[in-house]
Design a protein around this ligand. Structure first.
Ligand SMILES: NC(=O)c1ccc[n+]([C@@H]2O[C@H](COP(=O)([O-])OP(=O)(O)OC[C@H]3O[C@@H](n4cnc5c(N)ncnc54)[C@H](O)[C@@H]3O)[C@@H](O)[C@H]2O)c1
Ligand SMILES: [Zn+2]
Length: 365
């Protein structure tokens, strides 16, 4: 097992990464406050891992609530199921919530923990690759609104993150690839040498070679932990993690939540950001090809949905949280492994990029 740390003063917390960690009581004890524990999972993950997870919490008054599965349920209505469970079991403000599942369960459980009785403790036990390398670390929590992705939420850090990489064995290939999109992101924003490693080991990641998966998860979590420690509330450098996300969120919202996976949408977004950076004169065509090849080799899409035209994109990108004073902030590249945030780009280039990446006909629609 490997232990990393998110350094946030009094709110610092460990990230445990390893195999067979689900039932490990020793890992969660110091993260628990009080005696009441609510495990939040969903109808897919609970049958697979709830029982094993419960053994770690057997000393506590442990309840569970099972949410419906899917991004389309990441909303205020489903969130209410968590509050209802907490209130009906008379949970007080010293209780602890545990998120057992992917990013959807993690974001909703975290937001419930942030707002129940003005804030209670929570633990992340992520079971998708995406959640293990990204959403479980850093304390961004929330739900979607019909008019915009992740628009209602709060910053609330977990007390610890327990990553059992064995849980990835039951994940389907499409979800594994979606998680790889966020792994690729870390190389593209900051770590060019990691991109090189990914280029060499992509085939092993796709067949879930345990050593390669462990290294990808560790490297990703370390990168995320460092960015979060440097800039918890995203006043500056943490925003690099939004590479591809303004484009991606537009696709997720535009296509209806759950139709395009988050990782798929941001994969195209990272490529569109590379294309725009090339049009601005920062990247070479060869750099863009490298990004495209890496995404393609991870079995991720390289074209946006055919049904989304330029106007539709612009309308959706304008409601993204990265818009300030009417200007769209994008994460672009000075070079591969050297991303930065800017609103200074030629809008005609953006138009060209969007038009150039629209699929002729997309089998994902
Ligand atoms: N908070 C953040 O910083 C942050 C960062 C990135 C993404 N996100 C959010 O995360 C969400 C996406 O997360 P996701 O990709 O994990 O999606 P998800 O939570 O929908 O999980 C994907 C699917 O895999 C299933 N699943 C989960 N674990 C499994 C396992 N071990 N075996 C078999 N099936 C399993 C789930 O039930 C679901 O059907 C989005 O809502 C996105 O906005 C948040
Ligand atoms: Zn993301």
């Amino acid at each position: 097992m490997k232990t990393l740390h998110v350094e946030l003063g009094q709110r610092s917390y460990p990230i445990y990464i390893g195999r067979k960690l689900l039932g490990r009581e020793d890992l969660i004890t110091s993260a628990i406050s009080g005696t009441q524990v609510l495990i939040v999972s969903n109808e897919t993950v609970a049958p697979l891992y709830l029982k094993e997870t419960q053994t770690a919490f057997s000393k506590y008054e442990c309840q569970s609530v099972i949410l419906p599965d899917g991004e389309q349920y990441k909303n205020l209505q489903t969130l209410d199921m968590i509050f209802e469970s907490l209130l009906s079991h008379h949970f007080d403000r010293h209780c602890t919530l545990v998120a057992l599942g992917g990013g959807v369960v993690g974001d909703m459980t975290g937001f419930a923990a942030a707002s129940y009785q003005r804030g209670v403790a929570f633990i992340q036990i992520p079971t998708t690759l995406l959640a293990q390398v990204d959403s479980s670390v850093g304390g961004k929590t929330g739900v979607n609104h019909a008019l915009g992705k992740n628009m209602i939420g709060a910053f609330h850090q977990p007390r610890c993150v327990v990553i059992d990489t064995d849980t990835l064995d039951t994940l389907d290939d499409r979800q594994l690839s979606a998680g790889l999109a966020e792994v690729i992101k870390y190389g593209l924003i900051q770590k060019n040498e990691f991109s090189g490693w990914l280029e060499q080991h992509m085939h092993k990641l796709l067949i879930r070679d345990p050593d390669c998966i462990a290294l990808a998860v560790e490297t990703s979590c370390q990168c995320k932990a460092d960015l979060v420690a440097a800039d918890e509330k995203e006043a500056g450098i943490r925003a690099l993690l939004n590479l591809g996300h303004t484009f991606g969120h537009a696709i997720e919202t535009g296509m209806g939540y759950g139709n395009w996976l988050h990782g798929e949408a941001i994969a195209v977004g990272m490529l569109m950001a590379a294309d725009l950076s090339m049009r601005e004169g920062w990247l070479s065509t060869n750099d863009v090809k490298r990004v495209e090849d890496l995404i393609d080799r991870a079995n991720l899409p390289t074209r946006a949905p055919a049904s989304m035209n330029y106007a539709h994109f612009m309308e959706l990108m304008a409601v993204d949280k990265k818009v300030r004073a009417g200007k769209i902030n994008l994460v672009l590249y000075h070079a591969l492994g050297n991303a930065f945030v800017t609103h200074e780009f030629d809008i005609h280039n953006l138009e060209q990029t969007i038009k150039a990446h629209r699929a002729i006909n997309s089998d994902r629609e």
